[in-house]
Design a protein around this ligand. Structure first.
Ligand SMILES: Cc1cc2nc3c(=O)[nH]c(=O)nc-3n(C[C@H](O)[C@H](O)[C@H](O)COP(=O)(O)OP(=O)(O)OC[C@H]3O[C@@H](n4cnc5c(N)ncnc54)[C@H](O)[C@@H]3O)c2cc1C
Length: 441
């Protein structure tokens, strides 16, 4: 019960979540002249990329066995525009090797600033520190949202709502179909942290320039596991030099429960345990690095993610589902609204499994973002309709920007033409995206 008076807010489009997908969707829709409200539970945009410290923009370049030719970029549009802004602001490093492909390390503080400048320029109304906790429905039609703020509840209304919450919160609240992982089993969360005081020259001279650490590092971790000298649940780890001097971004923890089960942050108990376990593992990995890795002798933890990094929770039930095979076979589609060259990077079990798609990419159809049931609603981002292993590829940042770019345009078409999003053809969005620099053809 909240006895305070409710505030009414009307808009053309409501976007839930200010991660990569929500930012791109809100800005794109606003650039089409719409009145857009973006609701974000933290005081800044970025979601997994900033609050979760994910660290790099993956998914821009094709993977290849012929790395000597250098990176081939295949994703453009809003993803590229955001990266160019980050780079101009000093918050994006040059491409670095990640196995058979490349990625680009970003500074999360600059990411926030870049997103601030984009939303301001586009005229998006942002509600920071607002949590969407309810949906206004008329039958199966979503008509608006209930937003918790410190001031009281905001009744936000709009003909189109975009669920970019990552967790398909709106879809779930509306009672529309969704599924969770592989029969409920999700990829493990990771608490990422930044290590300062590193002699990065010594470090890279010893371990090379691939951000996936070489087998010798895995071997020392395995030995530590056997000897029980350190408690390190993940042996294959990724360490990235960043845009800041003396810093390593560490993607190495594997946040699981005492029974070895991947924790699912949809459950409040798992989410809370994940934070406690994640921070414990950070202390342990940092101690191990200091004692064992060349260049890390004087290192110390600068910070951890604001929250544990969440790879996977709910996927919407969409009119189209991206299948595991679509990724492996590099499927293309006339209704494709985004490209992805990123491998299946599955974080489950003792070590992450990476399955490469070489010299190719696949396309993600528009239908993956249209709920199979329910009107007035679109999804964007990692909660797309996709099979478990397909999500392990399709969820990375460049793609989430691309999904948001496409869904922002779809929302604008739906509002301007007063039609249901499910009546829109993916190929029409594709044409608009091409006009907007996405280079899909
Ligand atoms: C540990 C880890 C490492 C990763 N490493 C990389 C990497 O190196 N490179 C890469 O490209 N990708 C990486 N990823 C993946 C990538 O960061 C995410 O998949 C991507 O950022 C998802 O974007 P999104 O916009 O779909 O969702 P999110 O980033 O999850 O954004 C959702 C937003 O919605 C907000 N929100 C949620 N619910 C509500 C609500 N009810 N009310 C209001 N606001 C709400 C959240 O606060 C959040 O800001 C990593 C992910 C993890 C977890």
């Amino acid at each position: 019960m909240d006895r305070r008076p409710r505030t009414r807010l009307d808009a053309d489009v409501l976007v839930v979540g200010g991660g990569a997908a929500g930012v791109a969707a809100a800005i794109t829709a606003a650039r089409q002249g719409l009145d857009v409200v973006l609701i974000e539970r933290y005081g800044f945009c970025g979601g997994g990329a900033v609050a979760g410290l994910s660290g790099t923009v993956c998914g821009l370049y094709e993977a290849t066995d012929r790395r000597a030719n250098g990176p081939k970029q295949v994703v453009f549009g809003f993803a590229d525009e955001f990266c160019q802004r980050l780079e101009a602001m000093g918050g994006l490093a040059d491409p670095v090797v990640y196995g058979k492909t490349w990625t680009r390390v970003h500074d999360p503080l600059v990411w926030r600033d870049a997103a601030d400048s984009f939303v301001r320029e586009a005229g998006v109304q942002v509600i920071f520190h607002g949590v969407v906790f309810g949906v206004h429905m008329d039958g199966d039609t979503v008509q608006g949202l209930e937003v918790w703020t410190k001031e009281g509840i905001v009744d936000a209304r709009a003909p189109i709502v975009i669920d970019a919450s990552g967790d398909a919160d709106v879809v779930a609240m509306a009672g529309l179909p969704f599924n969770i992982g592989d029969n409920g089993r999700v990829q493990n969360p990771t608490m990422i942290f930044r290590l300062l005081g590193v002699d990065t020259e010594k470090f890279s001279a010893t371990y090379g320039m691939d951000t996936i650490m070489p087998p010798e590092v895995t071997e020392i971790i395995l030995a530590a596991q056997r000897d029980k000298t350190y408690d390190l649940p993940r042996a294959k780890i990724w360490l990235f030099l960043t845009t800041r001097p003396g810093e390593l971004l560490c993607n190495c923890t594997r946040v699981i429960g005492p029974d070895g089960r991947e924790l699912n942050t949809l459950y409040w108990k798992d989410f809370s345990d994940a934070e406690l376990e994640g921070r414990k593992q950070v202390r342990e990995y940092a101690r191990f690095f200091r004692d064992n890795l060349v260049g890390c002798e004087n290192s110390f933890v600068n910070d951890t993610g604001v929250q544990v990094g969440v790879r996977q929770t709910r996927q919407i039930g969409g009119v189209h589902t991206l299948m595991n095979d679509d990724v492996v076979k590099g499927i293309k589609s006339l209704d494709g609204i985004a490209r992805s060259p990123w491998p299946i990077e599955l974080h489950a079990g003792a070590k992450p499994r990476v399955e490469w798609l070489l010299d190719d990419y696949y396309e993600v159809p528009f239908g993956c973002f249209v709920p199979e049931r329910g009107e007035g609603l679109l999804a964007a981002g990692r909660c797309l309709s996709a099979q478990h292993e397909a999500v392990a590829s399709a969820r990375v940042t460049a793609q989430c920007f691309s999904y948001g770019h496409a869904i922002g345009h779809a929302a604008a078409i739906a509002v301007k033409e007063k039609i249901s999003p499910r009546k829109i053809q993916g190929r029409d969005i594709r044409a608009v995206l091409n006009g907007d620099g996405a280079r899909l053809d």
